[in-house]
Design a protein around this ligand. Structure first.
Ligand code: AMP
Length: 309
């Protein structure tokens, strides 16, 4: 029997589940080394798997991506009981990311199959807002394979803030600070790729209102970057890939053109200022060309934005 989230208890429930899952061998964290690469006032965090742990981590990463054939067809239907933290209402489960790089990395998976490339619903935002009300966190979504998703079953993700202990909430915070203060879709000065950004204020008390408001804002930001719906096999899907990032204070949508740039895979966390490289060659590429070249390479050129909207 999966317990429903008790208000105020998510942090403890996650820690308890992680401790037990580690002991049972169900949680397989990927240990990384962390470096900083500075560009335009942003101290990007670039993580790489330590050389000692690389072989083991490579196995886990390919298992996470389903490349080794050992993973069940759908790891989220149902999720492993040891990794399942709690229910988020009748529609979602909070599940520990089995191969986590960050601590307390939660996946919010739909209880019934929904495709990762279908647009997010009010229920998705309700589950997300339930978590963001518990502790300060970054919610994110990799909308499609090209946006970094490795599983086709719908999963939103939540990691605690600040992303780097002792740092800004996220590395790109200095640039977000320069964005317009109003809540309508706008641009972050200094982001050299298409995006739509807006400020918001999530009430930790009125979850229903927060869910409706964030769902509405998400749809406005998608519209602002020209993403809508298209039918696929009689179902409605996103018209193109994108990343969504959101905290209690802001929301960002970034349309994607590619999964990789120079072999470097980018997901939503990249646009918060956190990149993951597989080896020292990729780290050197990030250092030499700059993290914004990576982000622009997987995003859309700004020049393609139609100023008339
Ligand atoms: P993404 O790669 O962004 O689509 O996120 C999916 C996440 O699911 C990856 O970060 C994997 O580490 C994680 N994952 C893969 N298999 C499992 C599993 N059996 N249980 C929980 N998490 C998993």
């Amino acid at each position: 029997m999966i317990q429903d989230l008790r208000p105020g208890a998510l942090g403890d429930a996650v820690d308890r589940a992680a401790e037990q899952a580690l002991r049972a061998g169900s949680l397989l964290p990927i240990r990384t080394e962390q470096r900083t690469v500075e560009q335009a006032g942003v101290h990007f965090v670039v993580r790489s798997v330590s050389s000692l742990a690389r072989k083991e981590a490579d196995k886990r990463l390919s298992a996470a991506a389903g490349e080794d054939g050992t993973r069940p067809v759908n790891p989220f239907l149902p999720p492993e009981p040891e990794l399942t933290v709690c229910a988020l209402g009748g529609t979602h489960l909070a599940v520990l990311n089995k191969f986590n790089v960050l601590d307390r990395h939660l996946l919010l998976v739909t209880r019934r199959f929904e495709h990762q490339e279908s647009l997010l619903t009010e229920a998705d935002f309700h589950a997300l807002c339930l978590c963001l009300a518990e502790y300060d966190a970054l919610g994110f979504y990799n909308g499609g394979v090209v946006a970094g998703a490795s599983q086709p079953h719908k999963h939103l993700q939540v990691v605690p803030l600040p992303l780097i202990p002792g740092g800004d909430e996220v590395p790109v915070t200095p640039l977000l600070a320069a964005a317009p203060a109003d809540p309508s879709p706008g641009l972050v000065p200094g982001f050299p790729f298409q995006h739509a950004f807006a400020r918001l204020a999530i009430s930790p008390i009125r979850i229903g209102e927060a869910a409706r408001a964030t769902w509405g804002l998400y749809r406005s930001l998608l519209r602002a970057v020209g993403i809508g719906e298209r039918p696929v096999d009689g179902e409605s899907r996103q018209s193109s890939p994108y990343n969504l990032l959101l905290t209690r204070r802001w929301m960002l949508v970034v349309p994607r053109s590619a999964e990789f740039w120079e072999g470097i895979s980018v997901n939503a966390l990249g646009f918060a200022g956190s990149l993951f490289v597989r080896d020292m060659d990729q780290l050197e590429t990030v250092r030499r060309r700059g993290p914004f070249a990576v982000l622009s390479g997987v995003g859309m050129p700004l020049a393609a934005v139609d100023p008339e909207g």
